[in-house]
Design a protein around this ligand. Sequence first.
Ligand SMILES: Nc1ccn([C@@H]2O[C@H](COP(=O)(O)O)[C@@H](O)[C@H]2O)c(=O)n1
Length: 590
Amino acid sequence: MRELEWGQINFLHTTDIHGWLGGHLQEPQYSADWGDYISFTEHMRRKADEKGVDLLVIDTGDRVEGNGLYDGSDPKGRFTYDIFGQQSVDILCTGNHELYHADSVAREHNITVPHFKESYIASNLDYIEPETGNQIPQAQRYIKFKTKNLGYNVVAFGFLFDFDRNANNSVVIPVEEAMKQKWLQSAIREKPDLFVVTGHVGLRMSEFEKIFKVIRDENWYTPIVFLGGHAHVRDARKFDEKAVAIASGRYFETIGWMSIDGVKKKNKDTASVNAEVTFKRRYIDNNVLGLQHHAGVDEENFATAHGRNVSKMITEARKALKLDNRLGCSPKDLWMTRAKYPSDSSIYSWLENEVVPDTVVHKDRADKPRLTIVNTGAIRFDIFKGAFTTDSTYLISPFTSTFNYVPDVPYDVAKKVLRLLNSGGPVLEGALNPKHLSIPEQVAPSPFLGREPPHAAAAYLRPHFSDGEGQQHPLVEDSDDNYEVHDDEPQIVNGYTTKDDLGDDGDDAVHSPIKFYSVPNCIQAQAAFPEAAEPETVDLVFIDYVQPWIIPALKFSGGDYESDNITAYLNVTLTDVIASWVKTHWKEDC
Ligand SMILES: Nc1ccn([C@@H]2O[C@H](COP(=O)(O)O)[C@@H](O)[C@H]2O)c(=O)n1
């Protein structure tokens, strides 16, 4: 176990929780719940006080969509806002998932923002008030505060990347535009001891670079800590010797730890000095044993009264939502990126060959040949062998997108669409770059993605993949094939083996690496095709998230279509489709 290294100012960071406040019920190494995290932070705050240093608890958005605890209630989040709100959070901001739907934008405005009045920041996000139509900041643009124990002056921001699929009761101000606004120009001249830039922004996206440059131009020596997210990865990026960013994974698998030392207090009368600053980071696997270890508390004394109460709230909510209701039993594991696509172990091959052809069918057009396109980003999690529950349907695909289509498209035209969506090219650029249809890890990838280091101990229990002829390649290299497993050495479980700008020692637990295979932007299911020859025309069906790409792709493929040619095909979600398929095909007991 690698220890947490404390500094003068320390951060605990969550991001992209996507409703997983109940932890991972099928993966013990990520099984701590939000109540356990509350107990942990209580111990860590006490530790900080004992050491005379500071601790800040941060969340950088995408708290919603992706787990039955949020998506399984009506209205969505009936239990999760209250559960999340039990944590004392020092700085939080909004993610893109809070903004896809007008009702979740409003819930954020009416529940989370007032609950975290002092700590919620919306540096580039506005809300449109329904009563007046007025455009107002979703929350304060930035905050200034003095840290509790060491009395450092901090200026903190909370940004969202330049997201453009937000509901129309919200306005995302592009980061470049926000940089020119008066409030920001005065905030960067506040001369704090430390800037904290939180943001729902991937570390390898351009937004943090822009913010870094603007702050740094005005503050040559002031340390800047960035806490980001969105890409669902563990990562750290160094902007310069005094500016480092951390991203803390996804789905409450990871609690990020960042500490900073060497922060100098500014004296109003003297210019700031060029002192050495050090940053340390750790990615904590979110399980109770690890949390007890880092908090230095034994099992008996770990759960605090508040933490225990929140765990109880979660259990009761899951029960009320009947999330453990079994729909069927999966006969095997199906992977998003741990298996090649196409292959028998790929969740995408399963969807393409079995689920979609069978279930995405309009009863009046069932005999028409059809191609059905689904973006790979619509799938959010793996399926594990065993019980498949109501909760599983939301873990795999929580979105409310339904299916639309263009009828009777010449097959010669329709068959080119998938290739375009998967290869991009000059027709599909900028906001229409089809990489945005893919999984978060691939949109603005870390240069280290899939190049996690083969740790000395990492060869044990290595997942085995056969070397087929598919076009996918593992992104984790096999560099220690001759490693022998010895009986007397500890067993290491599969998990993150992160490499980032600060090195390869970020994970708190040493794991055996998991292979990562890249996936295409979209997959396509084919159904009702004639046996003898190619069809003349097909229905081009697609999940509606892909709609902005369909007409441009059809045009480039030689089809003269406009948006008017698109109509509703089936008013069901991928969640519904998967649930109904599982109920009829996975009936065996487990
Ligand atoms: N209705 C939706 C919303 C999003 N997606 C996919 O998710 C990706 C974004 O995920 P983050 O968690 O990183 O925000 C996006 O690129 C889409 O691929 C979707 O399919 N449907």
